[in-house]
Design a protein around this ligand. Structure first.
Ligand code: NAD
Ligand code: UGA
Length: 463
């Protein structure tokens, strides 16, 4: 079967870039990305490519090439579903904030709404592709909704999890380590799998396109994120031990990373991992394991989150303790708010939790981030509900320029590893700060000896 018309429900960090690349590589397929969020769709359609709702290096060029050729962004969800042969579901699957599984299970209400909408609207057979990250066996639930419409329309369900990382989304999509497609192991299932394989095969080598059964594909996504997050928590656990023993976490990471069985990637000690998915997906894995009565499995993976929370808390405590156990009224400059460099995404960013802990001690925080807006920072803090919105706005302010953020500060904390932080005039920054001038490098990106020569008191994670 040759797919001619694709609809993607959800124009977020995954739906937008993924569909832009699919459209760019398949000019003969019409791709329509739909969302109920009208302002997000308007931003995707904005003439000024700087106004796209997501900042990703290289994304503007891909969108510029494909948009209004075979890539369209719309709020007319019904029309796009009806016209499509293949419907990707790429909506958010956050951690549940209510009811059974609160704080752990994935909230699948948006997925179910999509399934019901497809069931209501579809008049012709369709392949439904799970692009969102989902608990293993979700395809079963989608199937039972779609197969009970009584209108004779046939559906095949595929799982095609996305492995892109933010900040490198376009590069990851252009050259993925692998594309994973799970489907029913029946004749119709294999045909559906092949239809999706053909779309990716226009630019991904066949040997990098893996096909499995549905449940392996669904579970592989949660497993991949759990393994990645576990590496960060592992090196972060060791960073604390390095600090008390005189070992240097970078040297340890380098030494173990040379072992080809371990490998060098994802061993950078940090203030803690953030992002929309690691925590959510591990909590989901823990919940699934518990729901099958596998308590030892659940406890094992939960430890990755416990370690990550500890690391964020430990960094904030280090600042407080170093500043003579009192930061009330002291100005602390934050460089970075995004959960990693090269993105404007702040979901679960370590900066939010470090700021919250420092604000509890009545610090005055001034933030500079190259891509994150003041509104976003305030809403991140307000979401925690620790204090009033007025207090958050009064004690955490945002400036558009790094030197202003650091002027008269008692301490600077590096929360995101933006490259530009390394190139600042650190002598100028030092001259304008309160003395002693402290730097807390939560990302290990600055030249520690250069800073010390200037006169800074420097703390680096894991050293
Ligand atoms: P997002 O919040 O950026 O985007 C989801 C979009 O879906 C929102 O714009 C929302 O308005 C829209 N939506 C929700 N319900 C809808 C409905 N019924 N009809 C139309 N639109 C609807 O989320 P995201 O970061 O793109 O993540 C989507 C999924 O992909 C999640 O399951 C996530 O775990 C997974 N994922 C994310 C990443 C990442 O880097 N962000 C990477 C891999 C996988
Ligand atoms: C992660 C995965 O890398 C993607 O494969 C996956 O598709 C995605 O989650 C998802 O499912 O959402 P992402 O969260 O965008 O991607 O970014 P990462 O590069 O994985 O970084 C996650 C967090 O870990 C960041 O806060 C980063 O700073 C931190 N990190 C990463 C470290 O502290 N040390 C490292 O060595 C690597």
């Amino acid at each position: 079967m040759k797919v001619k018309n694709i609809c993607c429900i959800g124009a977020g960090y995954v739906g937008g870039p993924t569909m832009a690349v699919i459209a760019q590589k398949n000019p003969d397929i019409k791709v329509t990305v739909v969302d109920i969020n009208a302002s997000r769709i308007a931003a995707w359609n904005h003439d000024d490519l700087e106004q796209l709702p997501i900042y990703e290096p290289g994304l503007d060029k891909v969108v510029a090439e494909a948009r209004n050729r075979n890539l369209f962004f719309s709020t007319d969800v019904d029309a796009a579903i009806e016209a499509a042969d293949m419907v990707f579901i790429s909506v958010n699957t956050p951690t549940k904030t209510y009811g059974k599984g609160k704080g752990m299970a994935a909230d699948l209400k948006y997925i179910e709404l999509c399934a019901r909408q497809i069931a209501r609207v579809a008049k012709s057979d369709k392949i439904i592709v799970e692009k969102s990250t989902l608990p293993v066996r979700t395809a079963q639930a989608i199937k039972s909704i779609l197969h009970n419409t009584g209108n004779g329309v046939k559906f095949q369900i595929l799982s095609n999890p996305e492995f892109l990382a933010e900040g490198t989304a376009v590069a990851d999509l252009m050259a993925p380590d692998r594309v994973l497609i799970g489907g029913e192991q029946t004749e119709d299932g294999f045909k559906a799998i092949q239809a999706l394989v053909n779309i990716y095969a226009t630019w991904v080598p066949q040997e990098n396109i893996l096909t499995t059964n549905l449940w392996s594909s669904e579970l592989s996504k949660l497993t991949a994120n759990a393994f990645l997050a576990q590496r960060v928590s592992s090196i972060n656990a060791l960073s604390e031990l390095c600090e008390v023993t005189g070992a240097d976490v970078n040297e340890v990471a380098n030494a173990i990373g040379k072992d080809s069985r371990i490998g060098p990637k994802f061993l950078k000690a940090s203030v803690g991992f953030g992002g929309s998915c690691f925590q959510k997906d591990i909590l989901n894995l823990v919940y699934i394991a518990k729901s099958y009565g596998l308590d030892a499995v659940a406890d094992y993976w939960e430890q990755v989150i416990i370690m990550n929370d500890h690391q964020k808390h430990r960094f904030a405590s280090k600042i407080i303790q170093t500043l003579y156990n009192t930061i009330s009224g002291k100005k602390i400059a934050f460089l970075g708010w995004a959960f990693k460099k090269d993105t404007n995404d702040t979901r679960e960013s370590a900066a939010i939790y470090v700021a919250d802990q420092l604000l509890e001690e009545q610090a005055s925080i001034v933030v500079f981030d190259p891509k994150v807006t003041k509104q976003k920072m305030q809403s991140d803090l307000n979401y925690l509900n620790t204090r009033s919105e007025e207090d958050n706005a009064q004690y955490l302010t945002t400036v558009p320029e790094p030197y202003e953020a650091c002027k008269d500060a008692h301490a600077i904390a590096i929360l995101t590893e933006w490259d530009e932080f390394k190139t600042y005039d650190w002598q100028r920054i030092y001259d304008q700060m309160q003395k002693p001038a402290f730097v807390f490098d939560g990302r290990g990106i600055l030249d520690q000896s250069q800073l010390k020569t200037i006169g800074f008191q420097v703390y680096v994670i894991g050293k």
